[in-house]
Structures are given as C-alpha cells and as structure tokens.
Design a protein around this ligand. Structure first.
Ligand SMILES: Cc1ncc(C[n+]2csc(CCOP(=O)(O)OP(=O)(O)O)c2C)c(N)n1
Length: 289
C-alpha cells in the first residue's frame, strides 16, 4: 500500500518544455488510436490534452502502481467521449501498457468507447451519458469530507455538456455544501456535437453563471501550461468553502490544422491518409518544441 509519504504526483514532470513534448506525443497517440478503431471523437479529445497532462503529471495525487489507493485524488471525465485522451495520458503515466491503446473500442478491451470501470478499474466512474460527472464528483467530495480526508475531486465537463440541467443542480449542491474539495474544469472549445454553441445554445457568460451559483471561477487558456498548472494548483489548495470552476478556453481539434475549430471532426474517425497527414503535421510540430 502507498502512503502519503511516498506518493504525491506520480511521474511528476517539472519542465514545461517536456510537458509540451508530452502533449504532442499524446495527440499522435489519439489520432492513431481513433484511426485504428475506425470510430471515436478526435475533436474533443485533442482539446483536452494539456489539461489532462497537467493533472496527471503535475497536480493529481495518485499512484499508477496502486490505482485504488484510498487517499488518491479522483478524476472523472464527465465528457466520456473524450476518453482517447484520458487513455493515452493514463498509459503514459503507467496505468496500462502503451500497446493496449491500439485496442480502443474493441470487444473486451479495457479501453471502451466510453469510460467503463468494469473493463478498466483504475477509472473513477463510468461516463458518456453526458451531464452526470459533476453530480458524481459532488458525492465523492462530500464523502472525502465526511471521512475527514484531504483528497480532492476533479471533474472535466464539455461546454456543450454543461447545457444539461443536471449540472446546475449539482452546481447548487456543491456551493450549498461548501465543497471546496471539488473542482470542475470546463473544456470550453465552443463547439458541441453538430455546430458552434453560439448557434445552438450559448452557455456564455459561463464563469459568471458559476459565480452566481457561489463558485470561485478561473478563466484560462487551456492549452497554456503556464496558466493551466497554477489554476489547477489554486483549485486544489482552496480552503474557503467554495468549489472551483476552471473555464478553460480551448480549440476543438487542437494541433491538427484540418480538424481545428471544425465541428465536422466531433465524432468522425480519420481515414488512413488523414491519419498520416495529421501525424506528419504533429511530428513536424514536435521538431520545433
Ligand atoms: C445524455 C447524452 N446526450 C447526448 C449524447 C451524445 N453526445 C455525445 S458527445 C455530444 C456533444 C458534446 O459536446 P461537448 O460537451 O461540447 O463536447 P466536446 O466538444 O468537448 O467534444 C453529444 C450530444 C450523450 N453522449 N449523452
């Protein structure tokens, strides 16, 4: 069993340059995984990469060698369709072998098309039915406090997902119960399944909405590690009775020019020639990092 003395953030990466190289590698993995599977969600996976990298390599208290460590921080990917990015980062952290990534969406694989603890017990929750992660996170954060523990719960939601009414019931609950040990990160890429939020159901001003519900809010560029890490650390350290919402401005499809900011890449797998083009572009970008 791990103890707090020997585990904080596993495989901690101090250097921002190294984190940028990691993010680039993860994007290549994501493209290959979804290309091999022949289905999946590239756009919203690519937008999450820096946020997940900062969590798993700088902020979360966790131990891949002991995934059920009772005092670990919890992370719930409420936007479950973005799981290729989570699987790639968890492989990098050591929860699974890299070779397993190519089994994404295959029958019996730990890496189901949406996160499923029955197949991959290191996951904290089954998600994919949008709108439920913040409620699950509220339950975890409350449990942590009732047990007099100091582990923190992080939840990532999509911006389209945040349209779901259940989120706002959870937002009310978290503020009322002063869940300072709960952080919601909204991957604010401005695109939902079939178009731009502003043309379908705009959620802006998002930070003000959470503030009105009694939350602390931090607005950042979700691709800039120099903004992402301090925001996550501030949230993790909060002791003032307020839950935190990090509104992370991101670009859907980030890193692959023909996918960036293009709603058509929400839930379509790249064909082999598109995989090759995307990987070539990312490998060229890596040389400049
Ligand atoms: C309850 C529910 N309704 C509909 C869907 C289908 N669906 C999957 S992804 C998605 C859009 C999500 O948009 P957003 O939260 O903005 O995700 P991102 O752009 O980050 O991929 C929808 C409607 C679902 N998974 N769950």
């Amino acid at each position: 069993m791990s103890t707090t003395a020997d585990v904080t953030t596993a495989n901690r990466i101090e250097s921002i340059a190294e984190l940028k190289r990691l993010a680039n590698r993860l994007r290549i993995e994501i493209i290959k995984m979804i290309g091999t599977a022949g289905s999946g969600h590239p756009g919203g996976s690519l937008s999450e990469v820096e946020l997940l990298s900062a969590l798993y390599f700088r902020v979360l208290r966790h131990n891949p060698k002991d995934p059920q460590w009772p005092d670990r921080d919890r992370f719930i990917l409420s936007k479950g369709h973005g799981c290729p990015a989570l699987y790639a980062v968890m492989a990098e952290a050591g929860y699974i072998d890299h070779s397993v990534l190519s089994t994404l969406r295959k029958m019996g694989s730990p890496l189901q098309g949406h996160p499923d603890k029955r197949f991959f017990p290191a996951l904290e929750a089954n998600t994919g039915s949008l709108g439920q992660g913040i409620s699950i996170g509220c339950g975890m954060a409350l449990a942590s406090r009732l047990d007099k523990k100091d582990w923190h719960t992080f939840v990532m939601s999509g911006d389209g997902e945040i349209q779901e009414g259940q989120n706002w019931e959870a937002a009310m609950f978290a503020a009322y119960h002063k869940l300072e040990n709960l952080t919601v990160i909204v991957d604010y890429n401005h695109i939902q399944l079939d178009g731009f939020l502003k043309d379908i159901l705009d959620v802006s001003p998002l930070a003000q909405k959470f503030e009105a519900f009694g939350w602390r809010t931090l607005e950042i560029d979700g691709h800039d590690f120099n903004q992402v890490i301090p925001a996550l650390e501030t949230a993790r350290a909060a002791k003032d009775g307020k839950p935190t919402c990090i509104v992370a401005n991101t670009v859907k499809g980030k890193g692959v020019s023909f996918m960036e900011n293009n709603p058509e890449w929400h839930g379509v797998a790249p064909k082999p020639d598109q995989v090759a083009a995307a990987v070539a572009e990312l490998e060229a970008a890596a040389k400049k990092l």
